[in-house]
Design a protein around this ligand. Structure first.
Ligand SMILES: *Cc1c(COP(=O)(O)O)cnc(C)c1O
Length: 428
């Protein structure tokens, strides 16, 4: 494949955009080379600026669960745009998507829309702090909740239980209110709670982790978090920005039958437009302004184009009840195929999969937390990534990412991908 125009466009972008990208992972730093510039996408395929076609396993990092340029979403956006693109006043559409989301997701009475997953998680934590009148939160190493200050925290050294900033610009004052726990390790969480009695407002977790590869919760982990939260007056926040409307109609709460106190959404809920949301039972949501004291706002929140796209997407998922099973079947088929060819080529690997999320780790050991995810062989991953791109298959340019399976992928596409992986893994 030729990337002449992509390379030229990247060089131009670098002059006026830091690193040439508006979100760092797009810059290919983890795999080397220069990013591919997209011209268009339809269904399961991306078409780049050099005329190459790629089967897409990122799908805008999750939102395009029905494939790119899904007609009902595109049509809804076009029709709405003709009626005006933003008012900063209420529209009926906002109530329609809110009512549908509340009907699809268990255990929520009210939902507020924002513009990104970052905003949703940031606002959920503020709400939890206001509601409990406590300051500290627990997050898990390797879980991503967007780029707001409270979440850009890494493990503190030695005896300190609080985190330290992992980006300049995050203050030590902010970092001291975020405690870092190990994913899938209940004892660790219990110890943190014990050491910070009556100080913890919330535990925020990706109930199925997707930002260190795909890491499902071990048996009892989510149940244990629920019990610890209930026993200690802590709110449990499920960050379902990735898993919401993907792993089940009602997300992980439905899938594992566990109630969170606040749930965050993003990605699929916006149908590919910039949307996030957070939701809870009325008692908690009524704590938000203008009803309650916790402030939260947005000039473009509930934007009509974004709501139209989100509503069309949710309606499609709500109507087609077989979709989540169909996605899971395709993903399991892909996983089994990858396993078959990697084994045949004597590659050391672990595959994690749940529903339409899957990740391939180049390490023999089980991948259950950040530490085990980080143990993967990144040199092999780089060869894997570039090899697959050359074959016309696009996966995320980082070993820490999940692949997202869309309904637009055919079994022919999956077979093509498995064959490409067979070919590429022979070169390791
Ligand atoms: C993508 C993601 C976010 C951040 O969402 P943005 O829309 O990128 O701000 C938060 N949490 C999880 C679990 C995510 O996957």
């Amino acid at each position: 494949m030729i990337y002449k125009r992509s390379s030229e466009l990247f060089a131009e972008a670098e002059k006026v955009i830091p690193g040439g990208v508006n979100s760092p992972v797009r810059a290919f730093k983890a795999v080397g080379g220069t990013p591919i510039f997209v011209k268009s996408a339809k269904g399961a395929y991306l078409y780049d600026e050099d005329g190459n076609r790629l089967i897409d396993y990122i799908n805008s990092w999750g939102p395009m669960i029905l494939g790119h340029a899904y007609e009902p979403v595109v049509e809804a956006v076009i029709e709405k745009a003709k009626l005006g693109t933003s008012f900063g006043m209420p529209t009926e559409l906002e109530t329609q998507i809110a009512a549908l989301a509340v009907s699809m997701v268990p255990n929520i009475d009210k939902i507020r829309f924002v513009n990104s997953g970052t905003e949703a998680c940031m606002s959920a934590v503020r709400l939890a702090r206001g509601f409990t009148k406590r300051d500290k939160i627990i997050k898990f190493a390797g879980c991503y909740h967007g780029h707001s200050d409270s979440f850009l925290i890494q493990a503190g050294s030695g005896a300190v239980t609080f985190g330290t900033p992992n980006s300049p610009g995050v203050t030590a004052g902010t970092a001291k209110d975020t405690l870092l726990a190990k994913y899938n390790d209940l004892e660790n969480v219990a110890a943190l709670i014990e050491a910070n009695k009556n100080e913890i407002a919330a535990i925020i977790v990706e109930p199925v982790a997707g930002n260190m590869g795909c890491i499902p919760p071990v048996k009892g982990f989510l149940e244990g978090l629920r019990e610890l939260c209930t026993a200690n007056g802590i709110l449990l926040i499920f960050d379902e920005v990735m898993t919401g409307f993907r792993l089940a109609r009602g997300g992980v709460q439905e899938l594992f039958n566990i109630n969170a106190d606040i749930v965050c959404f993003g990605k699929v809920i916006g149908g590919g437009l910039p949307v996030g949301a957070f939701a809870a039972r009325a008692e908690i949501m009524n704590y938000l302004a203008p009803l309650g004291p916790v402030y939260q706002a947005g000039t473009l929140s509930g934007n009509p184009l974004a709501m139209a796209a989100g509503l069309a997407m949710l309606q499609a998922l709500d109507t087609d009840r077989a979709i989540f099973k169909r996605l899971e079947d395709k993903t399991a088929y892909l996983g089994a195929g990858i396993e078959r060819v990697l084994k045949a080529n004597n590659v050391v690997f672990t595959i994690n999969q749940i529903g339409s999320m899957i990740s391939v780790h180049f390490d023999a050991n089980p991948v259950t937390d950040f530490q085990s995810a980080a143990a993967g062989d990144n040199e092999t991953f780089k060869k894997f990534f570039h090899g697959l791109v050359a074959e016309g298959v696009y996966i995320a340019p980082s070993a820490y990412e999940t692949w997202f399976i869309t309904d637009a992928l055919t079994y022919g596409d999956l077979d093509f991908t498995i064959q490409a992986i067979d070919k590429v893994s022979k070169t390791f």
